[in-house]
Each structure stands twice: as C-alpha cells, then as structure tokens.
Design a protein. Structure first.
Length: 579
C-alpha cells in the first residue's frame, strides 16, 4: 500500500493539547489506534521503524509534516514549539536554531547534542521524561489523557510552577528500557529523584529556578539571550556586591565560596549533579563564564548564574544594558567602572590640599596615609604639590625623564642618575602622562621581542604544532596570546602531530560512588521490591549513569565486581554480566 499525504484521512487524527510535546501526541495516537507494535506507529508517522522515537530531538520531522498534511503545523512550528529545541533556542543564535531544525527534519540527529554543548557539559544528556501528578490527574479529568507537558521537560525544571509540586521522572525510555516505545505518563512508572532529606527550602529554590527557566524560554521566543555579553553582566553584578578590588580585579576566593554555597543544595538533584562541588571546580566554571566566551556552554550554567546574581529576568535585561557600558570588549574594567571603585579618601585629600591649603605631609597625616601616597594621588587629581627633593635636581630629573620616555628599565635609569629605583617609580607615578608614555614604549618593545622570538621558533618548527612551540618559548607565547592575539593567530603552524590528551576523570572516585550505588540499589530491589533475581537493565533503570559507563567498566573494577556480585547472588546464577 503506497504512502500518501492523505494517510490519516480515514481515521481520527488527534489535535494538540495545551503545552504538549510531539512525542506525547504520537504516543496518544499510538494508544488510540490500538497498535501493539511501536515500530508500526513510527513507520506510519515518520517513515521508519525507529524514526521519530526520540522524545527530545526527534528526526524525520519533514516526513511527519508531510504525512499529516501539515494539519498539525509546519516544520518550523513543530520543531520550535513541540520539541526541546524550544528550550535551547533561547540561548543559541538564529543560525544554530535553523541548523537544529534541519537536522531534525532529516534522517539523523547524531551530532545535534554535541553541537548544542549537551554531551560535553557534565549534565545528563538524555533529558528524562518528567510529569506532575497533579497535572496528570487534572489533564485526565479535562481531556481524558495524562500527557507529557513541554515545560516540564526543560532541563533544570523539577517543580511544576502551576501546582508547586515536585516533578517525577519516568523509569523508562531514557534508561534504555523501552527505548523506542511510545509511552504516556503512568504513576507506577514514575519515581521521585529528590533525596528524602530535601525539605521546603530546596523546593522553594527549585520552584524559583523553574519559574526563571520558563520566563527565559518565553523571552527567547522573541530574542535569544545575548550570551556573548553575559560575562560583562555578571561582572557588573559582582561589582555591586563589592566583590572587586580597587583595581577592578575579581575577588575569586570570595566569589567561588558564595557561588558554591548557592548551588550546594541544587546538586542533590541528579540532573544538576554536574555543578561544581569544590572551590577549585567553582573557580574554573566561574573563570569561563566571567571572560569572553570562546565556545558554547550548557544553558544550565548561565541559568544558575542568573538565578544566583539577579532577582528576575527584568533585572537581567537591565543589567545587560548596564554591563555593556561598564566593561570594555576585552572584559577589562572601563573608565566608568574605575570612577566607581575610586578610593573615597582621594576626594578628602582634594579638599585638604585645595580648600584648606594644607601641605601634602599634613594632609597625608590627617588621612592616615603615607606622604608619598598623598603626592601620587594629588598628581592623579591634577593638583600641583611643592617638591622638596634633595637629590632630584632639574638636570637629574630631565635625564631620568628622557630615558624613561625611551622605555629604559627603571633599574638602568637609577644607575644612570644615581637615584634609587623607588625614586624612579615615584617619578613615574607622580606624572601620569610620563607613566603612560613609558608603558606604551615598553609594550612596543616587548611586542617586538616576543614576535622575534616566536618567529625564530616558528622557522624551525619542522612540522610541529603550537603545543611544541609553546614549550620552547613559553614567555613569548603567553605575551602574544594576551596582548597580540590577532598577530599570533596569523602566525601559527599547521600541526601534523596529534597528541593524546590525558584524561582528567577521577576514575577511582567515580568507581567508589558507582559501586556503592550498585550494592545499595540491589539491596533495595531485592528487599523492598521482593525480587529474587536481578538483571542488568534493572540496575541501570535505577542508576541511569551506569548504562553510560558500560563500555568503561575496565576502568571501574569495583563497580564491575559489584555488578557481578549482585547478579550472581540471585539464583539461578548466570555467567553473563548483561543477562
């Protein structure tokens, strides 16, 4: 029988329910048709026995639109409003969103999660199916169906914002059990991933997080969040909290501790366990989010930052506008910010010197600062101060100034004039224009030295890559990377040697955690569940991350031994680990 666009003309084609996912609608259609074999429903709607069965990013959407005659919406409408792309589009560009729809329209979505930064994020990439018991009951009474709501499937959403109840996750589909089946939420197949010790405080935190995510996604339908500008926004929020030094540097120790305290309760939810759990991990994550982005990152990291630093989305939008004017393109502090972190004693010094006509020494004593500091501040404020130097005569000073303008080392100038290095430093700081000129010349000299050194090793590269050359001239590379990046990018070799990156995974720690989880789960299933025999699929149904480590069990000896022990402990014994 040929397949035609009028495939569904002879029987009822269901309509969308409010906030329903594509997977949910096809699951309802499968149940209504009385079809026993899931592959036949997949073939009927998507043109393949396993096509379209992914509940988050289904493939063969173009076939679905064609076979339903567009009565359930076009490709753009279905892809954007009935799949998890509705969540991710709030954080990606329109070009990336178009590419995602093209992937789902075709035969394969194999690389889509990698491109969206999901697979490398340390957050779970399988997107567990979630449902609210109150919504299930309400939906069943109003429409006759308990179905999957799209807003409940968003990453990071674990509270129903309508009923203020925790969401339950399905033990099927994402664990590999009934992977290609069409299913609807049923209470006995749902479990609560939250720990029993969690109280009302965490529920409130999760409710706030869910509300924030829903608002961000709604905003993303109009305009994606400006991810490239968020690092300035975060820095500006930290400025308001006093987490910057007078020079504009971030107090990372304080910031990391505050951030870790904020996210510690959230890590109790399995999906959010990828958030930092130590000061070092928090510092690394914050360092990446507080500088201009070089690659994509999972939206949950930005969502958690926004939840930490801002009260609501309107606060974020206002902060984005302000952040662009406070920080420059490189992420460095701007002149406006420098004015906001200026030492308040400078204004008092100005009043003492100008209004009260006090000497620099008397003003410094009144403010409790060093006399030389008062002289330097006065120079920065443009206030002339009488000098009483015994050694710095006009001739000596002119010689020192000339040498400094040529970019000479302070030590060399000190030897040439007979002054101390500290005197040369004070001379520079007392005259901002001289200091700026000296820094500019010194920077150009450093640029020429670094370029010459890099060109020398580049000439003898002999087919080696950047990593090899960095080991030969680490100082030159570091300077060029920070101050002359465009030139450095234009003068890199084409590496022909691929070096294997050392693993950063702590396999021993992971092995200990997983092996304990296997034994605990086995005891619970055989005790509370009354099971006499366990199978591997029953273990990874309860421990989703275990299935992902199946190919790496050679690096998890304790976990492998635990699996073998619990499977063989239940009669009849089996020699196969995967039975």
């Amino acid at each position: 029988m040929p397949i035609t666009p009028d495939l569904f003309s002879d029987f009822q084609l269901l309509s969308w329910l409010p906030d329903e996912t594509l997977f949910s609608l096809v699951s309802r259609q499968h149940l209504l048709s009385g079809e026993v074999i899931a592959s036949r429903t997949s073939e009927r709607f998507f043109g393949g026995s396993r096509a379209g069965a992914q509940h988050d990013f289904p493939n063969h959407l173009a076939t679905f639109v064609e076979r339903t005659g567009g009565r359930l919406g076009g490709l753009q409408e279905v892809g954007l409003h009935r799949t998890l792309l509705n969540f991710y589009r709030a954080f990606i560009t329109s070009q990336e969103c178009t590419h995602a729809i093209e992937c789902m329209a075709g035969d394969s979505v194999a690389h889509l999660k990698l491109r969206l930064g999901i697979l490398t994020s340390r957050f779970r990439a399988h997107h567990p199916l979630k449902a609210c018991p109150a919504c299930m009951e309400e939906d069943a009474n109003s429409s006759g169906w308990a179905y999957w709501h799209l807003q409940h499937q968003y990453p990071g959403v674990w509270m129903c914002t309508k009923h203020a109840q925790p969401l339950l996750s399905s033990t099927l589909k994402t664990t590999g059990v009934q992977r290609f089946q069409w299913i609807l939420p049923r209470r006995h197949e749902l479990c609560d991933e939250r720990a029993a010790s969690q109280g009302d405080d965490l529920s409130g935190r999760l409710f706030r997080l869910a509300s924030l995510i829903e608002t961000l996604v709604q905003r993303g339908a109009r305009e994606p969040l400006p991810i490239p500008q968020l690092h300035r926004t975060y820095r500006n929020a930290m400025l308001q909290r006093g987490w910057l030094t007078a020079a504009g540097s971030l107090r990372m120790n304080v910031i990391a501790k505050e951030f870790l305290e904020h996210i510690r309760p959230l890590r109790e939810v399995a999906e959010l366990a990828g958030l930092p759990q130590s000061i070092d991990e928090a510092t690394i994550m914050l360092g990446r989010l507080l500088r201009p982005p070089r690659s994509g990152t999972h939206p949950l990291r930005h969502i958690v930052m926004i939840d930490w630093l801002f009260s609501d989305v309107l606060d974020v939008e206002q902060a984005v506008r302000e952040g662009c004017s406070v920080w420059d393109e490189s992420g460095s502090i701007s002149a406006r910010l420098a004015e906001r972190v200026v030492d308040p004693r400078k204004k008092e010094l100005q009043g003492l010197l100008v209004d009260e006509k006090r000497s620099a020494r008397a003003a410094a004593k009144a403010l409790g600062i060093d006399t030389q500091t008062a002289v330097l501040w006065a120079a920065q404020l443009g206030i002339p101060v009488t000098r009483r130097s015994k050694k710095l005569s006009d001739d000596v000073r002119a010689t020192a100034v000339l040498a400094l303008r040529r970019g000479a080392e302070k030590r060399d100038v000190a030897l040439q004039t007979g002054l101390a290095v500290g005197s040369i430093t004070r001379l520079l700081l007392a005259e901002p224009s001289l200091h700026d000129a000296w820094l500019q010349v010194r920077s150009e000299q450093a640029r020429q030295r670094a370029r010459a050194a890099w060109c020398a090793v580049l000439k003898d590269a002999a087919g080696q890559g950047v990593k090899w050359l960095r080991a030969l001239e680490p100082g030159a590379y570091a300077w060029l990377y920070r101050h002359d990046r465009v030139w450095l990018d234009a003068h890199k070799p084409e590496a022909t040697v691929q070096l294997v990156r050392a693993s950063s995974v702590d396999w021993d720690a992971r092995d200990a955690v997983l092996s304990a989880a296997v034994r605990e789960t086995a005891l619970r299933l055989m005790g509370e569940g009354g099971l006499r025999r366990l199978y591997f699929w029953q273990l990874y149904q309860q421990i989703p991350e275990l299935k992902a480590k199946r190919s790496a069990l050679h690096q998890l000896p304790l976990t492998r031994d635990a699996i073998q022990a619990v499977l063989r402990a239940s009669p009849p014994a089996t020699d196969s680990l995967w039975d």
